[in-house]
Ligand binder design. Structure first.
Ligand SMILES: NC(=O)c1ccc[n+]([C@@H]2O[C@H](COP(=O)([O-])OP(=O)(O)OC[C@H]3O[C@@H](n4cnc5c(N)ncnc54)[C@H](OP(=O)(O)O)[C@@H]3O)[C@@H](O)[C@H]2O)c1
Length: 293
């Protein structure tokens, strides 16, 4: 039980810092618990959004070769470095290897091309984007990323959209598993499985692409605590120990999504949000099927 006033003290403490925690990864590195997603941004949007997000305080950016915006991400980071907002070492940059590049040779080329487009010497994290188990190459991709880590091009190696049967086939524990995860699709079993293995779970589509929050119990909680539904959803992830990467290309919403350290959800709020889980809550592709059809 929280003592009366404790949540207020936490709020006061954090209001001045607006600091996002770092979560320990199993390879000894750490990851900021909140990052900026960039899916669907073009290069121009990504440059401006990344530069602005870094100014607001984000220190974690998520992109992928698939998104076609790595040049914009790299330019936005470079702009922020030139403007004295951050150094390269301050920022955690993730990219991913797409499904058609999972052989050893193609994985090497994919990572080199991503780094060239972002004008970076290294990526903090590279993920195998989907397992596509029927293709039979995800383990080769993962092992090649581990080699690239040894060679200094990557700091940490992880996966996205993995489930127990494919995690079992990897030669090492990936540091993160980035999966679809939002209030209607909380992925309790996969989160528990990841935790058991020592993997940090990252949530993609953490605010459910903003499609249902306004008409959900989260809107009532938001009104009660004086926050927006998106802020409540992001706070729910943080209090569950999940790393969240909400995407916004809009300045007001980029800032809004970062202002989540000056309030706390109660156990009752957390239980209410947990009750939103739905059997049909998945919004995007099922990783057991995606790419194998
Ligand atoms: N590994 C994978 O397979 C995978 C798959 C999908 C996504 N991802 C990553 O995860 C990131 C996040 O997922 P996502 O982009 O699918 O969904 P999301 O972050 O849940 O939602 C993004 C959508 O919500 C809107 N939005 C953002 N903040 C808002 C706010 N405060 N209030 C109202 N609307 C808001 C955005 O529009 P505006 O831009 O106009 O604000 C956008 O339409 C992606 O960008 C990508 O980096 C990874």
């Amino acid at each position: 039980m929280r003592a009366p006033g404790e949540s207020r003290r936490l709020a006061d403490m954090n209001a001045n810092r607006n600091e996002i925690d770092h979560v320990a990864l199993c390879d000894g590195n750490t990851i900021p618990q909140l990052g900026l997603g960039t899916y669907k941004m073009d290069d121009v949007q990504a440059r401006s959004a990344v530069r602005y997000a870094l100014e607001v305080g984000y220190r974690h950016i998520d992109t992928a070769s698939l998104y076609g915006n790595e040049r914009g991400v790299g330019c936005g980071l470079d702009d922020a470095i030139s403007d004295g907002i951050v150094t390269r070492e301050d920022v955690f940059v993730t990219t991913k290897v797409w499904n058609d590049a999972q052989t050893a040779e193609a994985t090497r080329k994919s990572v080199r091309d991503s780094l060239d487009r972002m004008a970076l010497d290294y990526a903090d994290l590279v993920l195998v984007h989907w397992p596509v188990a029927g293709q039979g190459t995800f383990a080769e991709c993962f092992d090649t990323l581990l080699e690239l880590k040894q060679e200094g091009l990557i700091r940490s190696v992880g996966v996205a959209n993995f489930y127990p049967e494919v995690l079992d086939q990897l030669s090492e524990v990936p540091v993160v598993n980035q999966i679809e995860l939002h209030p209607q699709f909380p992925q309790n079993e996969q989160v528990a499985d990841d935790r058991h293995r020592g993997i940090v779970t990252q949530a993609w589509s953490p605010i459910g692409r903003a499609t249902y929050l306004d008409n959900s119990p989260i809107a009532d909680i938001a009104a009660e605590v004086g926050k927006t539904p998106a802020q409540v959803a992001i706070r729910w992830h943080l209090q569950r120990g999940i790393v969240a990467i909400p995407k916004s290309a809009n300045r007001e919403r980029i800032r809004e999504n970062f202002e989540v350290t000056d309030f706390e959800l109660t156990d009752a709020h957390m239980a209410t949000i947990a009750s939103m889980a739905r059997a049909d809550g998945r919004m995007s592709a099922d990783p057991r099927e995606f790419g194998n059809e």
